[in-house]
Structures are given as C-alpha cells and as structure tokens.
Design a protein around this ligand. Structure first.
Ligand SMILES: [Zn+2]
Length: 305
C-alpha cells in the first residue's frame, strides 16, 4: 500500500430534500429513494479521480462520514480515504406544496341510495384509494388534499382528475352503483378554462345479504357488483335493479326448521319465537335458516342459500 498525493478529490455537495415527504431532488425530478443510494450517487458525481488511479471499490461509511476509494496505481494497491462533506437543504416538493395549498382537480363523492354509508363500505373505498395512490407514486398529482365525512357520505378531494376517475370506477365496480360526472369552471389560465371534476358514486341501497322485494317476490342479494340475487322460494337467480329493500341483513335472526310441508315451514328462531313462513327453497327439517319480517309477514331462507 502506498500513500499518494491527491489522486482523488471529493467535492462538497448538497442534497435537496422535501421536508414533508422526504423525496429528493435529482436533476429536475423529485424522487423517493433510499438515502444511502443517494449519497452513493452523489459521491460518484462529485469525486474527481486522476487517470492513473484505477478505482475498484468505493466504501462509504456514513457513521464516520468517510469514503474509502480502493484500487491500484500502476499495479500497486492503493486506498485513499476522503472526508464526506455534504449539506442537506430542506424544501417542499411541488407535490407537497400543492397538497399543502389545498390544490385539487377532482372530488370523488361517495353516497348510498336512501341510506347512510356503512363503515365497511367507507373502508373499502379508502383501501381502493390507497391502492390507486400507491400505484401512481411517481405522479406529482397523486395526493389527497382533503377528506370530508358528512352525514350524507364521504367527499375525497384529489390532486388529479385522472385519479378521481380511477378511484370512482373501482369503487363502483366493487360496491355497485352508477357514477355521475360533472364539472365546474374553476379558473382560467392563459385563456384556457380549468375545470374541477366531481365523480359521484351512488351505491345501491341493498348490500350483499339483504333481502329485496322484486315484483312481489323476495330475493336475497348475492352479488352487488353484478346485481344478482336468489329467489328465496324458487332458488332461482334473478337480476336486481332498483328494488326495495325488504330486510337489512342485520335485522335478520337465525332459526331452525322444525316442520315443513309443500308450502310452509315452521321455524324456531334463536330467541325462542316460533314462526310459520312460506317454504323456503331447499328446506328440510333441521335446516338452518334466517328469518325476517316484512309487511307483517315472516319469511325464511336457507342460511347457505
Ligand atoms: Zn414532498
């Protein structure tokens, strides 16, 4: 090992970091990267190595702020230690600046027909929102500027129109319901009209497991996405549209069929009440059923219909 005069010169450098999200400015882009990787990158850019020194390895020690360059000069092993000298400048990246300024291009309005939203529906929408934002990480406009929870539903304010569109589509796909798009003139920039878009998702009144009345028949909702249900008497699949909810799933109670003939079933409910209902599809003595009341009549259906 030989000591040489200045075969390496490591210049001082500056790293620009967003104080809100921790992303780093490189050239003209803001990216989120591992801190060590950024330092490595900056060392490579700011190290000036003489031609005779063939560097084979650069070791960065962030604890002692030292960089060790090892290699050879004219066949002789050489290692040079340089002081790592950098400063960190904290700024707010454009994405965080917009976010902090309350900037938004679209609103996703989540509502339910004739009822409040369920907690699990809100949770599903938030999960979808998280997934979409995660996938769009590099997008400068991929942020939420505000979430409002109102009595009538949830409003999500988003930095991008496109993300509002994506989120509303995915929510309606998962929870059912139609999307209505509307726009409002927000401002004019360079003679161009800038709009804000609202994507209103109205999810159906019924949820999976609820009973609806369709043309006088009672059906259990099986799939909200496809709008499919099952007739409790015939066991046939039916399409559900804007049908009236006959019973909410949480209003139903469990029971066991104790007697059955061609048209009726006698059911002992979990709370001890004995009721007579029309014979549900597939019922036998001992079948486990769910029971509910609708317009003064009792109905039952197989638990695993
Ligand atoms: Zn930021």
């Amino acid at each position: 090992m030989a000591e040489r005069e200045k075969v390496v010169k490591l210049n001082r450098f500056e790293i620009v970091v967003c104080s809100r999200c921790g992303s780093v400015k490189q050239e003209n882009r803001w990216i989120s990267r591992d801190f060590k990787e950024i330092i490595e990158d900056m060392v490579l850019k700011n190290a000036f190595i003489t031609e005779e020194f063939e560097v084979k390895d650069i070791l960065i020690d962030l604890k002692s702020n030292l960089v060790i360059f090892s290699g050879s000069i004219a066949g002789e092993d050489v290692s040079v230690t340089e002081q790592l000298n950098f400063s960190i400048k904290k700024l707010s990246c454009p994405k965080c600046s917009k976010e902090a300024g309350g900037y938004y291009e679209s609103i996703v309005q989540l509502r339910a027909e004739n009822r409040d939203l369920d907690e699990d529906e809100i949770e599903t929408a938030m999960e979808i929102l998280g997934d979409v934002l995660e996938k769009e990480k590099g997008n400068e406009k991929a942020f939420v500027s505000k979430i409002e929870r109102k009595k009538e539903g949830v409003n999500i304010y988003l930095g991008s129109r496109n993300i509002g569109m994506k989120v509303s589509k995915m929510v309606s796909k998962r929870l059912g319901g139609a999307i209505t798009e509307s726009k409002k003139l927000h401002t004019r920039i360079d003679g161009r009209d800038i709009y804000r878009f609202t994507y209103s998702v109205k999810i159906p009144e019924y949820r999976e497991g609820d009973a609806v009345e369709k043309d006088g028949k009672i059906c259990i909702v099986k799939n909200v996405q496809s709008g499919k249900g099952v007739d409790i008497i015939t066991g046939k699949t039916v399409n559900i549209g804007k049908d009236v909810v006959a019973a909410r799933r949480e209003e139903m109670k469990g029971g066991v069929v104790v007697n059955v003939d061609e048209s009726a079933a006698e059911v002992v409910c979990d709370d001890g009440e004995v009721v007579v209902t029309a014979k549900p599809f597939g019922a036998e003595i001992g079948s486990e059923v769910k029971v509910f009341e609708h317009k003064g009549k009792y109905y039952s259906f197989l638990k695993d219909l």
